[in-house]
Design a protein. Structure first.
Length: 479
Protein backbone atom coordinates (compact mmCIF):
# COMPACT_ATOMS: atom_id res chain seq x y z
CA UNK A 1 0.00 0.00 0.00
CA UNK A 2 2.88 2.34 0.71
CA UNK A 3 3.92 2.11 -2.98
CA UNK A 4 0.60 3.73 -3.89
CA UNK A 5 1.00 6.61 -1.42
CA UNK A 6 1.75 10.00 -3.00
CA UNK A 7 5.43 10.98 -2.84
CA UNK A 8 7.53 14.07 -3.59
CA UNK A 9 8.86 14.57 -7.12
CA UNK A 10 12.54 15.21 -7.72
CA UNK A 11 11.76 17.44 -10.66
CA UNK A 12 9.23 18.09 -13.37
CA UNK A 13 8.54 20.35 -16.35
CA UNK A 14 10.68 23.46 -16.00
CA UNK A 15 12.35 22.23 -12.79
CA UNK A 16 15.79 20.71 -12.19
CA UNK A 17 16.11 16.99 -11.53
CA UNK A 18 19.67 17.10 -10.15
CA UNK A 19 20.79 18.03 -6.62
CA UNK A 20 21.60 21.65 -5.95
CA UNK A 21 25.23 20.75 -5.21
CA UNK A 22 25.64 19.19 -8.68
CA UNK A 23 23.79 22.15 -10.21
CA UNK A 24 26.35 24.44 -8.59
CA UNK A 25 29.23 22.39 -10.03
CA UNK A 26 27.74 22.57 -13.54
CA UNK A 27 27.21 26.32 -13.27
CA UNK A 28 30.74 26.91 -11.98
CA UNK A 29 32.38 24.83 -14.73
CA UNK A 30 30.31 26.56 -17.42
CA UNK A 31 31.22 29.98 -16.04
CA UNK A 32 34.94 29.32 -15.64
CA UNK A 33 35.64 27.03 -18.59
CA UNK A 34 32.93 27.39 -21.24
CA UNK A 35 32.52 31.17 -21.04
CA UNK A 36 36.18 31.91 -21.79
CA UNK A 37 38.36 32.80 -24.77
CA UNK A 38 39.71 29.23 -24.63
CA UNK A 39 36.37 28.26 -26.23
CA UNK A 40 36.35 24.74 -24.80
CA UNK A 41 33.90 22.28 -26.31
CA UNK A 42 30.77 20.91 -24.62
CA UNK A 43 32.48 17.50 -24.48
CA UNK A 44 35.35 19.05 -22.51
CA UNK A 45 32.89 20.76 -20.15
CA UNK A 46 31.11 17.43 -19.59
CA UNK A 47 34.42 15.75 -18.72
CA UNK A 48 35.30 18.52 -16.25
CA UNK A 49 31.87 18.25 -14.55
CA UNK A 50 32.23 14.46 -14.30
CA UNK A 51 35.71 14.76 -12.78
CA UNK A 52 34.53 17.18 -10.08
CA UNK A 53 31.38 15.16 -9.31
CA UNK A 54 33.35 11.92 -8.91
CA UNK A 55 35.86 13.71 -6.72
CA UNK A 56 33.10 14.98 -4.38
CA UNK A 57 31.05 11.75 -4.48
CA UNK A 58 28.07 13.03 -6.47
CA UNK A 59 26.27 11.29 -9.32
CA UNK A 60 27.41 12.67 -12.69
CA UNK A 61 24.68 14.42 -14.70
CA UNK A 62 23.98 13.36 -18.26
CA UNK A 63 25.66 15.31 -21.07
CA UNK A 64 22.34 16.50 -22.48
CA UNK A 65 21.62 18.08 -19.08
CA UNK A 66 24.79 20.16 -19.42
CA UNK A 67 23.89 21.04 -23.01
CA UNK A 68 20.47 22.22 -21.84
CA UNK A 69 22.07 24.56 -19.29
CA UNK A 70 24.35 26.00 -22.01
CA UNK A 71 21.48 26.51 -24.47
CA UNK A 72 19.65 28.58 -21.84
CA UNK A 73 22.52 31.08 -21.64
CA UNK A 74 22.19 34.53 -23.19
CA UNK A 75 23.66 34.25 -26.73
CA UNK A 76 25.26 37.71 -26.47
CA UNK A 77 26.92 36.77 -23.19
CA UNK A 78 28.23 33.51 -24.67
CA UNK A 79 29.57 35.19 -27.82
CA UNK A 80 31.12 38.08 -25.90
CA UNK A 81 32.85 35.76 -23.42
CA UNK A 82 34.14 33.32 -26.02
CA UNK A 83 34.85 35.62 -29.01
CA UNK A 84 34.99 39.16 -27.67
CA UNK A 85 32.75 42.21 -27.75
CA UNK A 86 33.14 42.92 -31.49
CA UNK A 87 31.76 39.47 -32.32
CA UNK A 88 28.49 40.35 -30.59
CA UNK A 89 27.82 43.00 -33.27
CA UNK A 90 26.37 40.37 -35.58
CA UNK A 91 23.73 39.53 -32.97
CA UNK A 92 22.42 43.09 -32.86
CA UNK A 93 19.94 44.55 -35.33
CA UNK A 94 21.45 46.96 -37.84
CA UNK A 95 20.93 50.52 -36.63
CA UNK A 96 21.16 53.27 -39.22
CA UNK A 97 21.85 52.98 -42.92
CA UNK A 98 23.93 54.53 -45.66
CA UNK A 99 22.53 58.01 -46.30
CA UNK A 100 20.34 58.12 -49.43
CA UNK A 101 21.63 59.70 -52.63
CA UNK A 102 19.78 61.43 -55.44
CA UNK A 103 22.34 61.79 -58.23
CA UNK A 104 25.48 60.17 -59.70
CA UNK A 105 28.76 60.95 -57.91
CA UNK A 106 26.93 62.47 -54.96
CA UNK A 107 28.58 59.83 -52.78
CA UNK A 108 31.37 57.42 -53.75
CA UNK A 109 32.51 54.57 -51.50
CA UNK A 110 36.18 53.52 -51.61
CA UNK A 111 38.01 50.55 -50.13
CA UNK A 112 41.01 48.26 -50.64
CA UNK A 113 41.54 44.52 -50.67
CA UNK A 114 44.36 42.13 -51.53
CA UNK A 115 43.41 40.19 -54.66
CA UNK A 116 43.01 36.44 -54.14
CA UNK A 117 45.35 35.71 -57.07
CA UNK A 118 49.13 35.38 -57.29
CA UNK A 119 50.63 37.16 -60.30
CA UNK A 120 53.85 36.33 -62.13
CA UNK A 121 56.77 38.34 -63.47
CA UNK A 122 56.47 39.65 -67.05
CA UNK A 123 59.77 38.08 -68.15
CA UNK A 124 60.54 35.06 -66.00
CA UNK A 125 56.86 34.15 -65.40
CA UNK A 126 57.80 33.31 -61.83
CA UNK A 127 55.34 34.18 -59.02
CA UNK A 128 55.79 37.58 -57.34
CA UNK A 129 52.85 37.70 -54.92
CA UNK A 130 49.35 39.09 -54.54
CA UNK A 131 48.54 42.64 -55.67
CA UNK A 132 46.22 45.09 -53.91
CA UNK A 133 43.01 46.39 -55.46
CA UNK A 134 41.46 49.78 -54.71
CA UNK A 135 37.93 50.32 -55.97
CA UNK A 136 35.54 53.29 -55.98
CA UNK A 137 31.81 52.79 -56.55
CA UNK A 138 29.09 55.36 -57.12
CA UNK A 139 26.37 54.71 -54.54
CA UNK A 140 23.48 56.06 -56.66
CA UNK A 141 24.10 54.18 -59.92
CA UNK A 142 26.20 51.33 -58.44
CA UNK A 143 28.77 51.95 -61.21
CA UNK A 144 32.46 51.34 -60.53
CA UNK A 145 33.99 54.73 -61.24
CA UNK A 146 37.61 54.18 -60.20
CA UNK A 147 40.14 51.36 -59.90
CA UNK A 148 43.80 50.87 -59.05
CA UNK A 149 45.74 47.60 -59.12
CA UNK A 150 49.14 47.71 -57.46
CA UNK A 151 51.80 45.52 -55.90
CA UNK A 152 52.03 48.05 -53.08
CA UNK A 153 50.13 48.03 -49.83
CA UNK A 154 47.32 50.61 -49.66
CA UNK A 155 48.65 54.11 -49.03
CA UNK A 156 47.78 57.78 -49.37
CA UNK A 157 49.26 57.71 -52.86
CA UNK A 158 47.15 54.75 -53.98
CA UNK A 159 44.04 56.53 -52.72
CA UNK A 160 45.04 59.62 -54.73
CA UNK A 161 45.66 57.54 -57.85
CA UNK A 162 42.26 55.86 -57.53
CA UNK A 163 40.61 59.26 -57.08
CA UNK A 164 42.40 60.53 -60.20
CA UNK A 165 41.17 57.46 -62.08
CA UNK A 166 37.65 58.25 -60.82
CA UNK A 167 37.76 61.88 -61.96
CA UNK A 168 39.49 61.36 -65.33
CA UNK A 169 38.18 59.98 -68.61
CA UNK A 170 39.01 56.28 -69.00
CA UNK A 171 39.70 56.53 -72.77
CA UNK A 172 43.50 56.81 -72.56
CA UNK A 173 43.59 54.14 -69.85
CA UNK A 174 41.63 51.69 -72.00
CA UNK A 175 43.88 52.40 -75.00
CA UNK A 176 46.94 51.56 -72.91
CA UNK A 177 45.36 48.23 -72.02
CA UNK A 178 44.42 47.66 -75.68
CA UNK A 179 40.74 47.52 -74.71
CA UNK A 180 39.42 50.31 -76.96
CA UNK A 181 36.26 48.31 -77.67
CA UNK A 182 35.28 48.38 -73.99
CA UNK A 183 32.94 51.12 -72.77
CA UNK A 184 33.68 52.76 -69.41
CA UNK A 185 32.05 56.21 -69.62
CA UNK A 186 31.70 56.71 -65.86
CA UNK A 187 33.94 59.45 -64.53
CA UNK A 188 33.77 62.75 -62.72
CA UNK A 189 34.69 64.43 -59.45
CA UNK A 190 32.72 63.01 -56.51
CA UNK A 191 30.99 65.29 -54.02
CA UNK A 192 31.61 62.94 -51.07
CA UNK A 193 33.98 60.00 -50.64
CA UNK A 194 32.82 57.51 -48.01
CA UNK A 195 35.77 55.57 -46.56
CA UNK A 196 36.70 53.51 -43.52
CA UNK A 197 39.10 54.61 -40.79
CA UNK A 198 42.34 53.22 -42.23
CA UNK A 199 45.41 55.46 -41.84
CA UNK A 200 45.69 56.22 -45.57
CA UNK A 201 42.22 57.79 -45.55
CA UNK A 202 43.27 60.15 -42.74
CA UNK A 203 46.48 61.30 -44.44
CA UNK A 204 47.39 64.96 -44.74
CA UNK A 205 47.82 64.56 -48.51
CA UNK A 206 44.28 63.23 -48.99
CA UNK A 207 42.75 65.83 -46.68
CA UNK A 208 44.48 68.73 -48.46
CA UNK A 209 43.60 67.36 -51.89
CA UNK A 210 39.94 66.98 -50.97
CA UNK A 211 39.84 70.50 -49.55
CA UNK A 212 41.45 71.85 -52.70
CA UNK A 213 38.79 70.27 -54.93
CA UNK A 214 35.75 70.64 -52.70
CA UNK A 215 35.42 66.91 -52.01
CA UNK A 216 33.95 66.06 -48.63
CA UNK A 217 35.39 63.12 -46.67
CA UNK A 218 32.88 60.95 -44.85
CA UNK A 219 34.23 58.31 -42.47
CA UNK A 220 32.45 55.10 -41.68
CA UNK A 221 31.39 54.80 -38.01
CA UNK A 222 33.93 52.68 -36.14
CA UNK A 223 33.00 48.98 -35.98
CA UNK A 224 29.96 49.57 -38.23
CA UNK A 225 31.02 47.75 -41.39
CA UNK A 226 27.50 47.71 -42.83
CA UNK A 227 27.80 51.43 -43.58
CA UNK A 228 30.30 50.45 -46.28
CA UNK A 229 28.31 47.46 -47.42
CA UNK A 230 28.01 48.54 -51.05
CA UNK A 231 31.74 48.60 -51.77
CA UNK A 232 32.32 45.57 -49.51
CA UNK A 233 29.85 43.49 -51.54
CA UNK A 234 31.37 44.55 -54.86
CA UNK A 235 34.88 43.67 -53.70
CA UNK A 236 33.59 40.37 -52.31
CA UNK A 237 31.99 39.55 -55.65
CA UNK A 238 35.21 40.41 -57.49
CA UNK A 239 37.22 38.16 -55.18
CA UNK A 240 34.75 35.30 -55.66
CA UNK A 241 35.13 35.68 -59.43
CA UNK A 242 38.92 35.69 -59.08
CA UNK A 243 38.74 32.22 -57.52
CA UNK A 244 38.13 30.90 -61.02
CA UNK A 245 41.52 32.20 -62.21
CA UNK A 246 44.72 30.13 -62.25
CA UNK A 247 46.92 30.96 -59.27
CA UNK A 248 44.02 31.85 -56.96
CA UNK A 249 44.67 31.68 -53.24
CA UNK A 250 40.94 31.32 -52.51
CA UNK A 251 39.55 32.97 -49.38
CA UNK A 252 41.27 30.81 -46.77
CA UNK A 253 43.51 27.81 -46.23
CA UNK A 254 40.58 25.42 -45.78
CA UNK A 255 39.02 26.46 -49.08
CA UNK A 256 42.36 26.26 -50.89
CA UNK A 257 43.05 22.72 -49.67
CA UNK A 258 45.93 21.12 -51.59
CA UNK A 259 45.76 23.59 -54.49
CA UNK A 260 49.26 24.97 -55.16
CA UNK A 261 48.58 28.63 -55.94
CA UNK A 262 52.14 29.60 -56.86
CA UNK A 263 52.63 26.61 -59.13
CA UNK A 264 49.37 27.36 -60.96
CA UNK A 265 49.96 31.13 -61.31
CA UNK A 266 50.21 32.33 -64.93
CA UNK A 267 48.77 35.87 -65.06
CA UNK A 268 51.00 38.95 -65.02
CA UNK A 269 49.92 42.12 -63.25
CA UNK A 270 49.07 43.67 -66.62
CA UNK A 271 46.97 40.66 -67.65
CA UNK A 272 45.13 40.60 -64.33
CA UNK A 273 44.37 44.30 -64.73
CA UNK A 274 42.86 43.66 -68.18
CA UNK A 275 40.77 40.83 -66.73
CA UNK A 276 39.50 43.13 -63.97
CA UNK A 277 38.51 45.81 -66.49
CA UNK A 278 36.58 43.21 -68.49
CA UNK A 279 34.93 42.04 -65.26
CA UNK A 280 33.92 45.64 -64.50
CA UNK A 281 32.45 46.01 -68.01
CA UNK A 282 30.48 42.78 -67.54
CA UNK A 283 29.20 43.97 -64.16
CA UNK A 284 28.06 47.29 -65.64
CA UNK A 285 25.98 45.45 -68.25
CA UNK A 286 24.42 42.96 -65.81
CA UNK A 287 21.04 43.57 -64.24
CA UNK A 288 21.26 44.91 -60.68
CA UNK A 289 18.52 43.64 -58.38
CA UNK A 290 18.43 46.82 -56.30
CA UNK A 291 18.26 49.10 -59.35
CA UNK A 292 16.03 46.87 -61.47
CA UNK A 293 18.36 47.70 -64.36
CA UNK A 294 22.08 47.38 -65.24
CA UNK A 295 24.36 49.97 -63.57
CA UNK A 296 25.41 51.24 -67.02
CA UNK A 297 21.77 51.95 -67.86
CA UNK A 298 21.32 53.78 -64.56
CA UNK A 299 24.35 55.96 -65.36
CA UNK A 300 23.10 56.68 -68.88
CA UNK A 301 19.68 57.60 -67.50
CA UNK A 302 20.77 59.88 -64.66
CA UNK A 303 24.28 61.18 -65.46
CA UNK A 304 24.07 64.68 -66.90
CA UNK A 305 27.42 65.92 -68.28
CA UNK A 306 26.36 69.47 -67.43
CA UNK A 307 25.91 68.73 -63.73
CA UNK A 308 28.79 66.29 -63.16
CA UNK A 309 31.94 68.12 -62.08
CA UNK A 310 34.75 67.25 -64.46
CA UNK A 311 38.49 67.73 -64.03
CA UNK A 312 39.91 70.23 -66.48
CA UNK A 313 43.56 69.47 -65.69
CA UNK A 314 44.02 65.77 -64.75
CA UNK A 315 47.75 66.35 -64.12
CA UNK A 316 47.10 69.10 -61.57
CA UNK A 317 44.34 67.01 -59.97
CA UNK A 318 46.73 64.13 -59.35
CA UNK A 319 49.41 66.46 -57.97
CA UNK A 320 46.92 67.74 -55.40
CA UNK A 321 46.72 64.25 -53.87
CA UNK A 322 50.44 63.53 -53.68
CA UNK A 323 52.18 63.42 -50.27
CA UNK A 324 53.16 66.79 -48.79
CA UNK A 325 56.41 68.09 -47.30
CA UNK A 326 57.22 71.62 -46.11
CA UNK A 327 60.58 73.30 -46.72
CA UNK A 328 62.22 76.73 -46.72
CA UNK A 329 63.93 77.82 -49.91
CA UNK A 330 67.71 78.22 -49.78
CA UNK A 331 70.32 79.66 -52.09
CA UNK A 332 70.65 76.32 -53.89
CA UNK A 333 66.87 75.74 -54.07
CA UNK A 334 64.85 73.26 -52.04
CA UNK A 335 66.63 70.37 -50.28
CA UNK A 336 64.44 67.35 -49.51
CA UNK A 337 66.04 64.27 -47.98
CA UNK A 338 69.52 65.24 -49.23
CA UNK A 339 68.32 65.89 -52.81
CA UNK A 340 68.34 69.45 -54.20
CA UNK A 341 65.67 70.77 -56.57
CA UNK A 342 66.12 73.97 -58.57
CA UNK A 343 64.81 76.00 -61.51
CA UNK A 344 65.36 79.57 -62.60
CA UNK A 345 61.83 80.39 -61.51
CA UNK A 346 63.07 80.22 -57.89
CA UNK A 347 65.34 83.28 -58.23
CA UNK A 348 62.76 85.81 -56.89
CA UNK A 349 62.04 83.55 -53.91
CA UNK A 350 65.73 83.02 -53.19
CA UNK A 351 66.33 86.78 -53.19
CA UNK A 352 63.60 87.32 -50.59
CA UNK A 353 63.94 84.00 -48.76
CA UNK A 354 64.50 85.60 -45.34
CA UNK A 355 60.94 87.00 -45.41
CA UNK A 356 59.21 83.87 -46.69
CA UNK A 357 57.61 81.03 -44.73
CA UNK A 358 57.99 77.36 -45.54
CA UNK A 359 56.55 76.28 -48.88
CA UNK A 360 54.11 73.43 -49.47
CA UNK A 361 55.78 70.85 -51.72
CA UNK A 362 54.27 67.70 -53.20
CA UNK A 363 56.25 64.76 -54.52
CA UNK A 364 55.43 61.44 -56.10
CA UNK A 365 57.01 58.58 -54.08
CA UNK A 366 57.25 56.60 -57.33
CA UNK A 367 59.52 59.19 -58.99
CA UNK A 368 61.63 61.68 -57.03
CA UNK A 369 63.12 63.30 -60.15
CA UNK A 370 60.82 66.30 -59.74
CA UNK A 371 58.61 67.97 -57.15
CA UNK A 372 55.81 70.54 -57.30
CA UNK A 373 56.01 73.70 -55.17
CA UNK A 374 52.85 75.66 -54.44
CA UNK A 375 53.18 79.33 -55.30
CA UNK A 376 51.08 81.08 -52.59
CA UNK A 377 50.05 84.19 -54.60
CA UNK A 378 48.82 82.29 -57.67
CA UNK A 379 47.89 79.05 -55.86
CA UNK A 380 49.53 77.22 -58.77
CA UNK A 381 52.18 74.49 -58.69
CA UNK A 382 55.64 75.08 -60.12
CA UNK A 383 57.51 71.98 -61.25
CA UNK A 384 61.11 71.69 -60.09
CA UNK A 385 63.57 69.08 -61.40
CA UNK A 386 66.73 67.81 -59.75
CA UNK A 387 69.38 70.52 -59.60
CA UNK A 388 71.73 67.90 -61.01
CA UNK A 389 69.62 66.83 -63.99
CA UNK A 390 71.94 63.94 -64.90
CA UNK A 391 70.70 61.96 -61.89
CA UNK A 392 68.27 59.17 -62.79
CA UNK A 393 64.69 58.90 -61.65
CA UNK A 394 64.47 56.98 -58.38
CA UNK A 395 61.72 56.02 -55.99
CA UNK A 396 61.38 57.04 -52.37
CA UNK A 397 61.82 53.38 -51.46
CA UNK A 398 65.14 53.19 -53.33
CA UNK A 399 66.24 56.46 -51.80
CA UNK A 400 65.54 55.36 -48.23
CA UNK A 401 67.19 52.02 -48.80
CA UNK A 402 70.32 53.73 -50.18
CA UNK A 403 70.51 56.11 -47.19
CA UNK A 404 70.11 53.19 -44.76
CA UNK A 405 72.86 51.29 -46.57
CA UNK A 406 75.21 54.27 -46.36
CA UNK A 407 74.53 54.54 -42.64
CA UNK A 408 75.35 50.85 -42.26
CA UNK A 409 78.69 51.50 -43.95
CA UNK A 410 79.50 54.12 -41.35
CA UNK A 411 78.80 57.24 -43.37
CA UNK A 412 78.00 59.91 -40.77
CA UNK A 413 77.29 62.49 -43.45
CA UNK A 414 75.09 61.47 -46.37
CA UNK A 415 75.21 63.60 -49.50
CA UNK A 416 73.36 63.53 -52.81
CA UNK A 417 76.16 62.05 -55.00
CA UNK A 418 76.69 59.21 -52.51
CA UNK A 419 72.98 58.40 -52.52
CA UNK A 420 72.78 58.11 -56.31
CA UNK A 421 76.00 56.08 -56.49
CA UNK A 422 74.55 53.65 -53.97
CA UNK A 423 71.27 53.41 -55.92
CA UNK A 424 73.22 52.65 -59.11
CA UNK A 425 75.04 49.83 -57.29
CA UNK A 426 71.78 48.46 -55.91
CA UNK A 427 70.18 48.48 -59.37
CA UNK A 428 73.20 46.75 -60.87
CA UNK A 429 72.91 43.96 -58.32
CA UNK A 430 69.22 43.52 -59.14
CA UNK A 431 69.69 43.58 -62.92
CA UNK A 432 72.65 41.19 -63.00
CA UNK A 433 71.39 38.60 -60.54
CA UNK A 434 71.65 35.16 -62.14
CA UNK A 435 68.45 33.92 -60.58
CA UNK A 436 65.98 36.45 -59.33
CA UNK A 437 64.39 35.86 -55.98
CA UNK A 438 60.68 36.30 -55.52
CA UNK A 439 61.30 39.62 -53.74
CA UNK A 440 63.54 40.93 -56.52
CA UNK A 441 61.05 39.99 -59.22
CA UNK A 442 58.39 41.86 -57.26
CA UNK A 443 60.62 44.97 -57.08
CA UNK A 444 61.14 44.95 -60.86
CA UNK A 445 57.42 44.48 -61.47
CA UNK A 446 56.68 47.45 -59.23
CA UNK A 447 58.96 49.65 -61.29
CA UNK A 448 57.48 48.55 -64.61
CA UNK A 449 53.77 48.65 -63.82
CA UNK A 450 52.50 51.65 -61.92
CA UNK A 451 54.47 54.28 -63.80
CA UNK A 452 52.12 53.65 -66.73
CA UNK A 453 49.04 52.80 -64.71
CA UNK A 454 47.25 56.13 -64.98
CA UNK A 455 46.01 58.22 -67.84
CA UNK A 456 46.84 61.13 -65.50
CA UNK A 457 50.53 60.16 -65.46
CA UNK A 458 52.84 63.03 -64.54
CA UNK A 459 55.14 63.36 -67.56
CA UNK A 460 58.72 64.56 -66.90
CA UNK A 461 59.95 67.75 -68.60
CA UNK A 462 60.91 67.23 -72.24
CA UNK A 463 64.33 68.80 -71.80
CA UNK A 464 65.46 66.25 -69.26
CA UNK A 465 68.65 64.49 -70.32
CA UNK A 466 68.23 60.86 -71.26
CA UNK A 467 71.60 59.83 -69.91
CA UNK A 468 71.54 57.21 -67.15
CA UNK A 469 67.76 57.26 -67.03
CA UNK A 470 66.27 54.13 -65.55
CA UNK A 471 62.80 52.69 -65.75
CA UNK A 472 60.38 54.00 -63.15
CA UNK A 473 60.24 51.98 -59.96
CA UNK A 474 56.80 52.22 -58.48
CA UNK A 475 57.30 51.73 -54.77
CA UNK A 476 54.51 53.57 -52.99
CA UNK A 477 55.24 54.47 -49.43
CA UNK A 478 52.53 54.36 -46.80
CA UNK A 479 51.99 57.92 -45.52
Amino acid sequence: MTDLAPGGSSGGRGKTRIPSEVEAIVADVIQSSYLSRQKRSIAAIAREVKMQCVKLGYQTPARNTIETRIRKLDPKKVTGSREGYRATKRLNPIIGETPPTSAPLERVQMDHSPVDVIVVDEVSREPIGRPSLTLAIDVFTRCIVGMLLSLEAPSATSVGLCLAHTACSKDAYLRRLELEDIEWPMYGKPEIIHVDNAAEFHSDALQRGCEQHGIKQEFRPINEAHFGGIIERVIGTAMKMSHELPGTTFSNVQERGTYNSEAKAVLTLHELEKWLVLAVASYHKSNHAGLQMPPASSWAKHANPETIASVRDPRAFLIDFLPVVHRNVGRAGFVIDHITYYADSLKPWIASRDRLDKFTIRRDPRDLSRVWVLDPPSNQYIELPYRSISNPSVTLWEHKKAVARLRELGRAEVDEPAIFRMIEKMRLIVSTAEKESKRTRREIARRNHLSENEQCTLVPPKNRQKKARAKRFDEIEEW
